[in-house]
Ligand binder design. Structure first.
Ligand SMILES: Nc1ncnc2c1ncn2[C@@H]1O[C@H](COP(=O)(O)OP(=O)(O)O)[C@@H](O)[C@H]1O
Ligand SMILES: Cc1ncsc1CCOP(=O)(O)O
Ligand SMILES: [Mg+2]
Length: 268
């Protein structure tokens, strides 16, 4: 069976739409609205919450936890660690987006401290962020990658071996590295001109991880949907502004034929 069919992306999307899992996000100020809307358009039920006082209750009603360090500060990091403790105890999947790891010591150090304490089901970042976790590469240009996704594959393998977290490197080709490896060739370069689409990929990883127990498959399903919707949106867009709008509509309208006709996935 071709890798694209084996991803079961359509079946998983149907399950997300039917079950509408609650996805708890502790994310950054830049993308809160963007990723909440993307999760809603997908069919999931997003909630953004970061007060320590409500972490136990919020994790208690969630099916996945998405942690994103895009605008971190001491209080938010404390909330993330607390939420991860509750999620681990409840056995719900954690997705970590190491936004800007490699740009500052605070970001890189926080990600490493987190990985020393917890095991996210999925870590989704761009190539520079993933390499920075292993001390590889020349750093990250703020939140943007200086490297191509294939350059981060050996760092991703090392992270998987050291921590057991599946690593998803986004870029022109998306790599999913775990107990097996997949590549997804969908998407469009215009997606890099809209802030928050990487964070959206991580949020979608959370929605699919809520439905699909195998984290390699869950990450691949999320990246498949991202890539196919990115292509559909780019074909209709005049630039980044309309890409963002068409992307949300594409998530909402995504059909089995869209996925079957466009998805280009292979075993890496
Ligand atoms: N050059 C590209 N061609 C096609 N798709 C891309 C390209 N670069 C990024 N993407 C897609 O854009 C989305 C965001 O990825 P990326 O830009 O790597 O994240 P980040 O914003 O965290 O740096 C992903 O779905 C990825 O597949
Ligand atoms: C611009 C910016 N600055 C801090 S977080 C953030 C958003 C990054 O989002 P993404 O990595 O999805 O483009
Ligand atoms: Mg990012």
């Amino acid at each position: 069976m071709p890798a694209s069919e084996a991803l079961n992306a359509w079946e998983a999307l149907t399950a997300v739409r039917a079950q509408s899992p609650v996805v708890h996000n502790i994310t950054n100020y830049v993308v809160m609205n963007t990723t909440a809307n993307a999760l809603l358009a997908l069919g999931a039920s997003p909630v953004m919450a970061h007060a320590e006082e409500e972490m136990e209750d919020m994790v208690g009603i969630s099916a996945a936890l998405v942690l994103n360090i895009g605008t971190l500060s001491r209080e938010w990091v404390k909330a993330m660690f607390l939420a991860a403790e509750h999620a681990t105890r409840r056995g719900i999947p954690i997705v970590l987006d190491p936004v800007g790891a490699g740009a500052t010591r605070y970001r890189t150090g926080t990600v490493r401290d987190f990985l020393a304490a917890f095991r996210p089901a999925i870590i989704r970042g761009n190539a520079s962020e993933i390499m920075a976790i292993r001390g590889a590469g020349a750093g990250t240009k703020g939140v943007d990658s200086l490297d191509a996704s294939q350059d981060a594959v050996s760092a991703a393998r090392a992270i998987y071996e050291a921590h057991g977290s599946v690593v998803c490197i986004s870029g022109a080709t998306d790599y999913i590295i775990g107990d097996r490896s997949l590549r997804i060739h969908n998407g469009h370069p215009l997606m890099t001109r809209v802030t928050g689409l990487g964070c959206t990929a991580s949020a979608l990883c959370g929605a699919f991880a809520a439905i699909t127990p195998d984290p390699v498959l869950a990450a691949a399903q999320a990246m498949a949907v991202m890539g196919v919707c990115g292509e559909i949106a780019a074909a209709k867009a005049d630039g980044p502004g309309t890409l963002q709008l068409h992307f949300l509509d594409a998530l909402h309208r995504l059909s089995e034929a869209d996925i079957k006709g466009r998805l280009r996935a292979e075993v890496a």
